[in-house]
Write a protein that binds this ligand. Structure first.
Ligand code: EPZ
Length: 421
């Protein structure tokens, strides 16, 4: 089990390059299951989740090869299996989005129900309702979901909740269905948009991309090709906190500002001044100039739940009482007791985290509960006085490409240590 040893209080300066978006690369990789042919995917982040999903695709019969660290070549000569087994899906629930593409290719699929995870039960009922609407008969037994359709027919589907994964799975199942599919209350995250743009680049007919009403006209075949994944807005948002901690000496390179509007608006509400020059973004405002703020996580374009823990780091060192209401996941405050071990003063009342900010943070032994909490605790360790040991960093490895290398390159002192199992 690896851990990070972080020595806080170092002077940070330099440029951190943002990688490709994990949550765009994963569904786009799944989409290579839909059609035979050769795909070249560029700006793919080198993450554990990408490796895990590549293994799932290989088990299904695809060949996945790294042309270089961030470029994947996928060859689909047809599926060897329609089954994504528990041993693979349990390690990464996002692999459930292989189900839509397998259905599009074979009109049937058998995929293990993804387990819940630390942040919530993570049901897939909305995905299954979409598949049924397209003509699949769904059966659930022995922990597997089986879908069977004689024919996939376009349908009108209204999601109860703008679920990212359900939107992606249903769009992928519908691109080759007969007729038109209208998906209402669809998720509009930039990563969903990127998947739709990838499918259109292969000849899919999709209107309303980036809106909550997606219209898909099924086509006979798609034509695989090359595609560039968008930059990761969550990685960018994570490192922008460092920019504030370094009073602008750390700059973030390659982020797309309009993917981060709600997050940047919240930082501005705290008093931060966002600076941009070319593809560099930074914030010179110092922590002591910032004011407390209230945040409520919402589906895009609202404040992203994946940046909730990171802004909590900032709130805990900004004088005054801030608040966070987490509305997307039922259990995404497990980083609070870890922050409090570092000297923060955060209490949770009726699902709202109240942060009594401005106290100095001190290094402590803490643990990551999910990848974003882990990243937020790294940020806390960088600003805390003394040494922090962050356990369970396998969570962080899932979503951050070369985190310690990027941080050490701007003057941080963070090293990976092996703890005996
Ligand atoms: C995606 O998860 C992201 N993961 C998550 O990022 C992100 O936090 C989440 O979207 C919200 O933005 C990937 O893209 C791989 P949802 P997903 O379906 O698709 C409920 C990270 O840190 N729901 O939008 O699973 C669900 O329980 C990860 O990179 C149903 O009730 O999110 C949750 O409360 C963490 N039924 C809410 O919707 C369903 O059928 C949001 O889930 C599906 C979802």
């Amino acid at each position: 089990m690896d851990a990070y040893r972080i020595v806080g209080g170092k002077k940070l300066e330099g440029i951190i390059e943002i990688g490709g978006a994990k949550n765009a690369a994963l569904p786009i990789l799944c989409a290579t299951l839909i059609e035979k042919g050769t795909y070249i995917l560029r700006n793919v982040p080198a993450l554990k989740d990408i490796k895990t999903l590549s293994k799932v695709l290989e088990k299904l019969g695809l060949e996945v090869e790294n042309l270089d660290k961030n470029t994947l070549k996928v060859v689909n000569k047809g599926l060897a299996s329609i089954e994504a087994t528990y041993d693979l899906v349990k390690t990464m629930r996002a692999s459930f989005t292989v189900m839509g593409p397998i259905i599009a290719h074979e009109k049937r699929a058998k995929v293990s129900l993804p387990g819940g995870c630390a942040i919530g039960a993570r049901p897939v009922d909305l995905h299954l309702k979409g598949f049924e609407a397209l003509g699949c008969v769904i059966q659930i037994h022995h922990g597997y979901v089986e879908a069977n359709a004689t024919e996939l027919k376009g349908a009108k589907i209204v999601l109860d909740f703008p679920s990212v994964g359900a939107t992606e799975n249903i769009v992928m199942a519908a691109v080759k269905a007969k007729g038109q599919t209208i998906l209402e209350n669809a998720a509009i995250e930039p990563e969903v948009e990127d998947l739709c743009n990838f499918l259109v680049s292969m000849g899919a007919k999709i209107e309303g991309i980036g809106t909550s009403k997606i219209i898909i006209d099924g086509v006979e075949t798609l034509t695989p090709g090359e595609y560039n994944i968008i930059p990761d807005r969550i990685e960018a948002g994570t490192y922008l906190v460092l920019s504030i901690l370094s009073e602008g000496k750390v700059k973030v390179k390659g982020a797309i500002r309009e993917h981060m509007d709600s997050y940047l608006a919240k930082l501005e509400e705290m008093g931060a001044v966002i600076k941009e020059e070319g593809d560099l973004m930074w914030i010179e405002t110092s922590v002591k100039e910032l004011k407390p703020v209230r945040v409520k996580t919402m589906p895009h374009p609202g404040f992203p739940t994946d940046l909730q823990a990171q802004i909590m780091t900032l709130m805990s060192i900004v004088k005054g009482t801030s608040e966070i209401k987490e509305t997307i996941f039922e259990n995404r405050f497990m980083h609070v007791p870890e922050f409090n071990r570092m000297g923060a003063d955060i209490t949770i009342k009726h699902g709202v985290a109240q942060v009594n900010g401005g106290l100095p943070l001190t290094g402590a032994e803490v643990m990551a509960s999910d990848l974003r909490a882990g990243a937020a605790l790294v940020l806390a360790g960088l600003v805390a006085e003394g040494e922090t040991i962050l356990n369970r960093i396998y969570h962080v490895d899932r979503g951050y490409d070369q985190l310690e290398k990027k941080l050490n390159s701007v003057g941080a002192q963070i090293e990976r240590i092996k703890l005996e199992a």
